[in-house]
Design a protein around this ligand. Structure first.
Ligand SMILES: NC(=O)N[C@@H](CC(=O)O)C(=O)O
Ligand SMILES: [Zn+2]
Ligand SMILES: [Zn+2]
Length: 432
């Protein structure tokens, strides 16, 4: 059995440094200055140990756009970012709306072996919003799909959404909704407000998101289904979630916020640089502040990256022609450290909750988001909380280079990532 010794680390950033011995796939011993042999020693230098991160919202672009990202390059980015599990969205080409495609993505993830790649199944055939996909077949495939989403598009037909909630309920699945009322966002290019007006960009109004969130929370309660709200972007959505989560109902609702919606606002649109184009759009300062608060108090359950790599030709063009989306996997921890930890809104226990424990619970992953304790699976991320680094899109593992954080100095560096006891990343390099 292989043994990895993590020297001088602080679980959840608490107490004096200890050593953590990993044997095979599990944590075997935790104690001060362990005197044991190991195949590999990782010098922690006081680094914070957290459970490996779980991303409920990743775009890996395979099949179909392997020029933007593949399961392999996306897995590398994930490992370097501290992730041990990612959920690969279904808006590929062909769409992951059947057992063949989800099994392909699942198998590729296993072959690469750097992170657990869980395919998300489409809710409707071809993401067309007209007919339910074969959800049960995907659930019972080798990929064991549990999370279903038409992300990129909204399941806007309320009857289809109702049926999806009812059907997924029958096998313990959930529907992750991209909340965007399409009639309110025809031609939308930017958050509807003074900045978009001044820049001449057509608006994406907050109620386009909020009206769908309210409707779907009502449907989840009525059907007893499980709803997950993707990339919450407005203060109003946070208020709605607070209201619906406070009600005693049969259904269940969870929500995620992206790192970019925690940090960036539509003030960045001034330059018309399409690296800032994303769906839902960057909003106002007041929204970002409300989202941080909602994440801190649990109204928004977790952080999900919405990692959306794009090929250069889809971003290096005029604003209206550019595709929406931004890289996220390798910068998420840095943004969360900056917006949530440095601001005092979350401690490292809280970071473990929003980046690992809650997403693992929402998706029903039994081996992820576990306590850092003897006998538990060794899915771990080591974080140098004090180190700062400068983001360079070209140096990130993704094929696409569309990072809006280019040139920013971020706190919080991933020292190492372990997937079931095996180092997948160490000192900025992927381990194969
Ligand atoms: N977020 C984005 O702006 N783009 C995503 C789709 C999505 O998450 O809605 C993509 O697939 O590129
Ligand atoms: Zn989306
Ligand atoms: Zn997405």
């Amino acid at each position: 059995m292989s043994r990895v010794l993590l020297k001088d680390v602080r679980p959840y950033g608490e107490g004096d440094p200890v050593d953590v011995l990993v044997e095979g796939t599990t944590i075997a011993e935790i104690g001060a200055s362990l005197d044991v042999d190991a195949d590999e020693i990782v010098q922690g230098g006081g680094a914070v140990v957290l459970p490996g991160f779980v991303d409920l919202h990743t775009h890996l672009r395979e099949p179909g756009r392997e020029d933007a990202e593949t399961v392999e390059t996306g897995s590398m980015a994930a490992a370097l970012g501290g992730y041990t599990a990612v959920f690969a969205m279904a808006n590929t080409d062909p769409v992951a709306d059947n057992a063949v495609i989800v099994e392909h993505v699942w198998r590729r993830g296993r072959e690469v072996g750097l992170v657990d790649v869980h395919p998300v199944g489409a809710v409707t055939v071809g993401l067309a919003g007209e007919k339910l996909a074969e959800l049960g077949t995907m659930r019972h495939s080798a990929a064991e799909v549990r999370v279903f989403s038409d992300d990129g598009k909204c399941v806007h037909d309320p009857l289809l959404m109702r049926r999806a909630l009812e059907y997924t309920r029958s096998f313990g699945g959930l529907v992750a909704q991209h909340a965007e009322e399409p009639r309110l966002t025809v031609g939308a290019q930017a958050h509807e407000g003074p900045n978009a007006a001044r820049l001449g960009l057509s608006g994406w109004p907050a109620p386009a998101e909020e009206s769908i969130v309210a409707r779907d929370c009502l449907l989840a309660a009525h059907t007893g289904g499980t709803l997950h709200v993707c990339h919450v972007s407005t203060e109003g959505t946070a208020e709605l979630l607070r209201f619906f989560k406070g009600r005693e109902t049969g259904g269940s609702v969870s929500a995620e916020v992206t790192p970019h919606h925690l940090l960036l606002t539509d003030e960045r649109l001034e330059t018309y640089d399409p690296v800032n184009k994303v769906n839902p759009p960057l909003r106002t300062d007041a929204d970002a502040i409300a989202l941080r608060r909602a994440l801190a108090d649990g109204t928004v359950d977790c952080v999900a990256t919405d990692h959306a790599p794009h090929a250069a030709q889809d971003k290096d063009c005029e604003w209206s022609a550019a595709k929406p989306g931004m890289l996220g996997l390798q910068t998420a921890l840095g943004i969360v450290t900056q917006t949530m930890v440095r601001s005092g809104l979350l401690d490292w226990r809280g970071v473990a909750r929003v980046l690992s424990e809650r997403p693992a619970e929402i998706a029903g992953l039994s081996g992820q988001g576990r306590p850092i304790a003897v006998g538990e699976p060794a899915n771990l991320a080591l974080v140098d909380a004090d180190a700062e680094w400068t983001v360079r899109g070209a140096e990130l593992a993704s094929l696409g280079q569309n990072s809006p954080f280019e040139g920013m100095r971020l706190p919080g560096r991933i020292v190492a990532t372990l997937l079931r006891g095996t180092l997948t990343a160490h000192e900025g390099k992927v381990r194969r």
